[in-house]
Write a protein that binds this ligand. Structure first.
Ligand SMILES: Cc1ncc(COP(=O)(O)O)c(C=O)c1O
Length: 368
């Protein structure tokens, strides 16, 4: 049996520390927001910027989805506005735009990177466009230099969806630090995962920081004083305590993922399309996603040998039933549609032994 990830192995490595911290928090009776959340916010800013004194604010929130909602709300994105994004992502990216009453405007993906095709963004900008929402899919950063240039020249906001890219870099700069906000998910399976739901928004703007601090807590700017309608999207102390422990190990865990990914690529590059990693980019390999016209056969053969693999994502978002009202159809975003029929994510978790990688690669080679 080779699973997609082995959270138990990881937990056993940090068990004593986690139980110590959680016990201390339980005894403190301070459970939602509080000193662990504040310390995590400080450490997360430090992790992203590599500096002690920095201008990046982090805010612990209830989930990656919460981070996206709060970002859009803090920029006052509303009905009638358009937000440019990718159709090849997890549903939450687009859901957050729709919930604000705004219109998602899809730009097809780049065939090599599977991220939004930066050369096609400008064609979709209209008078109603307010923001670009790129997703660093599977942990590979988007071309943020180009995205920021386009945004600056058209006076648009940028919200980075970093749910899958915690720790990934472009020329030494971590994802989340380019746009107006960076949105992170700490869902248990993520590169930095807690033991429940959790997320963070990061921003360099003092104004956005203050607005999200209020919005995450019912728009409250003091005890029972509400100047606007907000959300309940707060990080809890137990999750923040766990995240502090795991954050210290994240660079090492991402290094282990990268080592596994490089081994896969060396073994598989002649039989399937392996993930791209342009020069200067550091992929965080949240997923190691291959492409093949024989995807379904590979998946079935692996399953017969007790090896897990997952199709992220079998349908691009514009073809989902929930998007019917947007008026898009098959054929409108062909690169995404083709990718959805070919992608397969293989297990690449940090603790995965090299012999398991070799076994997966052997089976793929022999079935093709
Ligand atoms: C690309 C992307 N965006 C947003 C989210 C939402 O994060 P969460 O599950 O923490 O709400 C996820 C998580 O699965 C994701 O993969």
């Amino acid at each position: 049996m080779i699973p997609m990830l082995d959270l138990k192995k990881e937990f056993l490595e940090i068990q004593d520390e986690v139980i110590g911290t959680v016990t201390e928090i339980l005894k403190s009776t301070r459970y939602v927001l509080g000193p662990h959340v504040e310390e995590f916010e400080k450490q997360f800013s430090r992790f992203l910027t590599g500096s002690d004194v920095n201008g990046l604010h982090s805010l612990g929130v209830a989930s990656g989805t919460g981070a996206l909602f709060l970002s859009l709300a803090s920029l006052s994105i509303k009905k009638g506005d358009e937000v440019i994004t990718t159709p090849f992502t997890f549903f939450a990216t687009v859901e957050s735009i729709l919930y604000m009453g705004a219109k998602p405007v899809f730009v097809d993906i780049d065939d090599e990177t599977l991220n939004i095709d930066v050369n096609k963004i400008e064609d979709k900008i209209t008078k109603k466009t307010r923001a670009i929402l790129p997703v660093h899919l599977f942990g590979l950063p988007c071309n943020m230099d180009r995205v920021m240039d386009i945004a600056n020249s058209h006076n648009l906001h940028v919200i980075e969806d970093c749910a899958q890219s915690t720790g990934a870099q472009i020329n030494g700069r971590r994802t989340g630090t380019f746009g107006d906000t960076g949105c992170f998910s700490f869902y248990p399976s993520k590169n930095l995962g807690c033991y429940g739901d959790g997320g963070a928004v990061v921003t360099k703007s003092d104004t956005i920081y203050e607005r999200i601090r209020t919005l995450r807590n019912h728009g409250s700017c003091g005890n029972y004083v509400h100047h606007e309608v907000g959300f309940n999207s707060r990080l809890d102390e137990i999750q923040a305590g766990v995240l502090l422990i795991k954050l210290r190990r994240l660079d090492e865990k991402n290094r282990m993922r990268r080592e596994n990914a490089n081994l896969y690529t060396s073994l598989l590059k002649d039989v399937v399309r392996c993930p791209a990693e342009p020069d200067g980019y550091v992929h965080s390999y949240h997923q190691y996603t291959i492409r093949s016209a024989h995807r379904d056969k590979i998946k079935e053969t692996l399953a017969n040998e007790g090896i897990s693999s997952v199709v992220y994502y079998p349908s691009p978002i514009h073809l989902q039933e929930a998007l019917k009202g947007q008026g898009l159809k098959r054929g409108d975003l062909p690169v995404s549609e083709q990718a959805a029929s070919e992608v397969l994510s293989l297990p690449v978790y940090p603790e995965m032994p090299a012999e398991s990688i070799r076994k997966v690669a052997d089976i793929i080679q022999s079935c093709l």
